[in-house]
Design a protein around this ligand. Structure first.
Ligand code: ATP
Length: 660
């Protein structure tokens, strides 16, 4: 595959500002003038009240789908190589265009868009562009291999995201009145996020590296640039002037105003040669983790973790051995940027004096705890019941920064501190010592869904399914994939509302598919291609739905359900739903395994009507469609569940909860 575009700025060594990456748009892939389908694949085009064509084309193998409601111009979707191209527009007055030239996935969605929402992939990769109430385009382009995502809500100007080489570029804006721009020219990650930004939040990588720019209520740009290889991060809250951060050579540059509420001057940070620059408004916080270089004995006065149950697992290392500069920077940056509470090991131990274990997994052990009246902690934490997750051990042979436990710990922190949603667990705080990694969350007394799956009544069961689907959609909008959602990863609050937990295994888009789920995934993962990781989550959701409907703790459904506990026996053969032959085969296989679809309890206790149970079952099976053709979109899954939970009034009356 050809990478079009190259870094337009080279490493400077004299401290001069980094040249911005050329904003010229990568060439639009040319497509054969095809109408309909030429290779194998599906081409579907649907329009309601469309005054111009809704065009959908497939040249190689793949799926091209184009849907328009009240579109006055075409909603165009094209696939030239193998891949998936989807273009959806509601009340769009200009085209919503989505194109794939190589293999990949290109999705363009616009609601009430008055200009195009454009999404293009030229090489292999993923390009997604979503706009709600956008008055100008929300553009997302990948030319080489990589990922480019651009999302705008109520954007009045474009939210642009571009990848020219291989890499990841994400640009998100809420109520942005000017562009939120994110660009990668070489390989690397460039992420730009703005909430209520009135000017651009710009993030650019020219060489390889990471450039991240985040602004909340910023009235001027929050700029972050990397020209050579390195890391550049710029964060501002209620900033009225720029928080620029630049790296020209290789190195690290961080500019943050973490404790300034209304910062009126820039917090600039620049590295021209190689090295570290972090002149922030809060340097004490950045440097409060002592930086150790090389090997050495533990510093005088340092205490080992008191963790009784953990001691046997911990491979003791000389303190300082693993504390390389990179790890320190990573942690310091995370703690400061994400405004995390960093607990000491003494505090962690005081939270869990009796070490009561409530759960365990492959990463660690979870203890029930309580934050007592500790000085030095904010008052809203005192008195909170918490769960403390303790990493199992570090592997001595590995370099610390590449240790899988450490990577999962960091992933969990990065993802959880970046996503605030009622369906996603909150991170209360973190702790790291030479011997242990710790994560602190609110405590969920009802525990995980696996423990409670048998006692859920119908209404709660439907509520769990719907809220998990909503949370999954939110994760996907942030480009996070679960990679193996299962009941043990869903905690239930006092009101039986679910929250997703266990984010260590989740990934930002771009990693190979893996997960702890064992069922059938070798069949499902058609090619191991990155496009499918999002679909895989919905496959898992389908499975989870069946587990809830059948009150099955186990994922493989091989357990034989006693006859008296059997459920409504779905007559799959004569069933009127639109199962594909492959899906029907799968449903029949499940049926043969004595697995039926809705647990008898639900019907017996007057919990649900057969017709409603069937609707949920249909949806679950469609999520399970291996071929992916029948699988509903994320939006559709959530909308259909909402309609099931709260159906529209039959005769113009008010909507009522009649899902029973
Ligand atoms: N906040 C919490 N409140 C109550 N119980 C919890 C909480 N967090 C986790 N648990 C319990 O601990 C169990 C293990 O937690 P978790 O799945 O996060 O660990 P893990 O080591 O990351 O697991 P995995 O092997 O799936 O990666 C959960 O299934 C749940 O029963």
């Amino acid at each position: 595959m050809e990478n079009v575009g190259s870094p337009s700025a080279s490493a400077a060594d004299d401290g001069t500002p980094v040249q911005p990456i050329s904003t010229s748009t990568p060439p639009v892939p040319s497509f054969p003038a095809l109408l309909g389908t030429t290779g194998s694949g599906l081409s579907s085009s649907t329009a309601d009240v469309a005054t111009t064509p809704s065009t959908s084309q497939v040249a190689g193998s793949g799926l091209s789908s184009s849907t328009a409601d009240v579109a006055t111009t075409p909603s165009t979707s094209q696939v030239a190589g193998s891949g998936f191209s989807s273009s959806t527009a509601d009340v769009a007055t200009t085209p919503s265009t989505s194109q794939v030239a190589g293999s990949g996935f290109s999705s363009s969605t616009a609601d009430v868009a008055t200009t195009p929402s454009t999404s293009q992939v030229a090489g292999s990769g993923f390009s997604s562009s979503t706009a709600d109430v956008a008055t100008t385009p929300s553009t997302s382009q990948v030319t080489g291999s990589g990922f480019s995502s651009s999302t705008a809500d109520v954007a009045t100007t474009p939210s642009t995201s571009q990848v020219a080489g291989s890499g990841f570029s994400s640009s998100t804006a809420d109520v942005a009145t000017t562009p939120s721009t994110s660009q990668v020219a070489g390989s690397g990650l460039s992420s730009s996020t703005a909430d209520v930004a009135t000017t651009p939040s710009t993030s650019q990588v020219a060489g390889s590296g990471l450039s991240s720019s985040t602004a909340d209520v910023a009235t001027t740009p929050s700029t972050s640039q990397v020209a050579g290889s390195g890391f550049s991060s710029s964060t501002a809250d209620v900033a009225t002037t720029p928080s620029p951060s630049k790296v020209a050579g290789s190195g690290f540059s961080s500019s943050t105003q973490p404790q300034a509420d209304v910062a009126t001057t820039p917090s600039p940070s620049k590295v021209a040669g190689s090295g570290l620059s972090s002149p922030t408004a809060d340097e004490a916080t950045v440097s409060d983790v002592p930086v150790k270089r090389g090997r050495g004995r533990p510093p005088a006065g340092s205490k080992p973790a008191e963790f009784g149950p953990m001691q046997s697992h911990v491979i003791k290392k000389e303190a300082g051995e693993e504390k390389d500069l990179k790890v320190e920077h990573e942690i310091s940056t995370l703690v400061v940027e994400r405004k995390l509470v960093k607990f000491t090991i003494e505090q962690i131990n005081s939270f869990i004096p009796d070490k009561r274990v409530v759960g365990a997994g492959s990463w660690g052990t979870v203890y029930e705890g309580f934050i007592g009246g500790l000085s030095g902690l904010s008052s809203d934490l005192n008195g909170e019941r918490v769960a403390v997750k303790v990493g199992n051990y570090f592997c001595e042979e590995k370099e610390f920064s590449t240790d899988e436990n450490y990577i999962q710990w960091k992933t969990e922190i990065m993802l959880l501190s970046g996503i605030k949603h009622e369906g996603v667990i909150k991170l209360v705080g973190v702790c790291r010592t030479n011997l242990g990694l710790y994560l602190v969350y609110p405590f969920y007394e009802r525990g995980d869904l696996q423990k409670s799956i048998e006692v859920l009544d119908w209404e709660r069961a439907l509520n769990v399914i719907t809220k998990v689907a909503e949370a999954l959609r939110v994760l996907h909008m942030r480009m996070v994939v679960c990679r193996g959602l299962k009941p043990a990863d869903i905690l239930l609050d006092q009101n039986w509302n679910p929250v997703l937990t266990d984010f260590g295994r989740m990934k930002m888009f771009g990693d190979a598919l893996s997960g702890s789920r064992t069922f059938d995934n070798e069949n499902f993962i058609f090619s191991g291609h990155q496009d499918h990781v999002f679909h895989y989550d919905y496959y898992c959701l389908g499975f989870l739905m069946l587990q809830v409907l059948m009150k099955e703790k186990e994922a493989d459904f091989k357990v034989t359900v006693p006859k008296e506990k059997r459920i409504m026996d779905l007559d799959i053969d004569s069933h009127s739903c639109n199962y594909s032959s492959e899906l029907k085969e799968q449903a029949l296989k499940l049926k043969k395994q004595n697995s039926h679809v809705v647990h008898l309890d639900f019907l017996k206790t007057g919990g649900c009507k057969v017709i409603v149970a069937r609707k949920v079952t249909d949806l679950a099976f469609q999520c399970l469609d291996k071929g992916g053709v029948m699988r509903p979109t994320e939006k559709e899954v959530v909308e259909r569940l909402h309609k099931i939970v709260n159906p529209p009034p039959a005769h113009g009356g008010s909507s009522s909860k009649s899902s029973k």
